[in-house]
Write a protein that binds this ligand. Structure first.
Ligand SMILES: *Cc1c(COP(=O)(O)O)cnc(C)c1O
Length: 391
């Protein structure tokens, strides 16, 4: 199994067939498991093996299939699935940290990730935020008591790309665990572990589901971290993934590579076509040569990803006219969906961020985030062009 290529693993890894030999993975919609004897029940509570289950909060066969499949493609020894991406982020950090520990994190984070760091602060964890693209700031922030480093490898919504290898080298010098939220990089383009990340976190809600159906998350890492650090925390605090959602994610993974490559190809062609458009002040896409971290993006992902960020010259009024004129592209706040989605972060996902923070992160009134779907890219470009005409 270890020498399978990613696309084979996405279809076959982790499959467990029941005695019926079903082709498609089964949904084991059960919380509990029956033991043959009281002695077997006792033995399983002492130490359950990889094919043995006790209670769905601890593990479930369908959920385990999903965990094994994502661990296989991510190149980690193990994984633990969670009810949402935020349960994964919260678990990955909280399970590891205690009062008095220090965390260094990149400033450009998803709002809910910043909230989790605030909560950790309430419990005595000290957090230092840095500009993730400035290696000098990472170096300066590191201390002997720095226990974890947390970053989004590609930031939302301004698409800054962080040099995972360089940050991991800096963090490992003080023995910190490097936790990477890799949603924007996607599992298809992820080389996070090869680059030095210790723990990789996904919101499966995004590209892994890929059709906007279910919430889910997953944490990937070493067997030691997943089973001895993370699992005890998660199984007792209750953020388990539902078996039904795990089944949806398994099906999503079968087509993940095809979808994400198409989305990235559409993103590159659309970003290229929109460059220099009279209504746009800026086209931000890591796959474009003028992106400040283009070389890092190519080195660590081999592609620019599935999201393009546009800055309209006319500020919020122009951005709203643009959004309202779109016919195919939907106004929403998810991403990684088969359907193209556009978001105005300043008034939605980042609405509550104070003005000075928005300015610091480059979330200006004219900025919109476009998540490319799998529609025909010519139709998408035509839709974007007609809407820009009206902006
Ligand atoms: C969406 C997202 C999350 C949270 O995932 P949910 O599944 O919505 O809980 C975390 N990090 C990033 C970068 C995201 O885009």
């Amino acid at each position: 199994m270890t020498d399978w290529k990613t696309r084979t693993m996405l279809v076959h890894s982790g499959a467990r067939r029941s005695q019926y030999g079903e082709m498609s993975e089964a949904i084991f919609l059960t919380q509990g498991f029956v033991y043959n004897s009281a002695e077997q029940a006792e033995a399983r509570f002492i130490e359950s093996g990889p094919d043995e289950f006790i209670y769905a909060r601890y593990g479930n066969p369908t959920v385990r299939m999903f965990e094994e499949r994502i661990a296989a493609i991510e190149g980690t020894e193990d994984a633990f699935a969670t009810a949402s991406g935020m349960a994964a982020v919260n678990g990955a950090l909280t399970a590891l940290l205690k009062a008095g520990d220090h965390v260094v994190a990149a400033r450009a984070l998803f709002g809910s990730c910043l909230y989790v760091l605030d909560v950790l602060g309430r419990f005595g964890v000290e957090v230092t935020l840095v500009d993730g693209t400035d290696l000098g700031q990472w170096r300066a922030a590191m201390r002997a008591d720095t226990k974890a480093v947390f970053l989004e490898s590609v930031s939302n919504p301004t698409l800054e790309v962080i040099d995972v290898r360089a940050v991991a080298d800096i963090a490992h010098k003080v023995g910190a665990t490097v936790i990477v939220d890799n949603v924007f990089a996607t599992p298809t383009f992820s080389q996070a572990v090869a680059l030095g990340a210790d723990v990789v976190v996904y919101s499966a809600t995004k590209h892994i589901d890929g059709s906007g159906r279910c919430l889910g998350g997953v944490v990937c890492g070493t067997k030691q971290y997943i089973r001895k650090v993370l699992e005890p925390y998660l199984k007792h605090t209750g953020a388990a993934m539902s078996p039904f959602n795990a089944w949806v994610m398994l099906k999503g993974m079968e087509t993940l590579d095809l979808r994400v490559r198409q989305q990235a190809s559409s993103a590159l062609s659309i970003a290229t076509a929109l460059q220099g458009h009279a209504k746009l002040a800026q086209v931000i896409y890591p796959g474009l040569k003028d992106h400040p971290q283009h070389a890092i993006a190519m080195d660590q992902m081999g592609a620019g990803g599935t999201i393009v960020t546009l800055v309209l010259k006319g500020g919020q009024a122009a951005a709203f006219k643009f959004l309202n004129a779109l016919e195919i592209v939907k106004i929403s706040n998810n991403l990684g969906d088969a359907k193209s989605i556009i978001t105005h972060p300043a008034t939605t996902t980042h609405q509550r961020l104070p003005a000075d923070q928005k300015a610091l992160l480059g979330i200006t009134p004219g900025l919109v985030r476009l998540s490319l779907g799998i529609e025909d890219p010519e139709d998408l470009l035509a839709d974007l062009m007609q809407a820009l005409d009206q902006a």
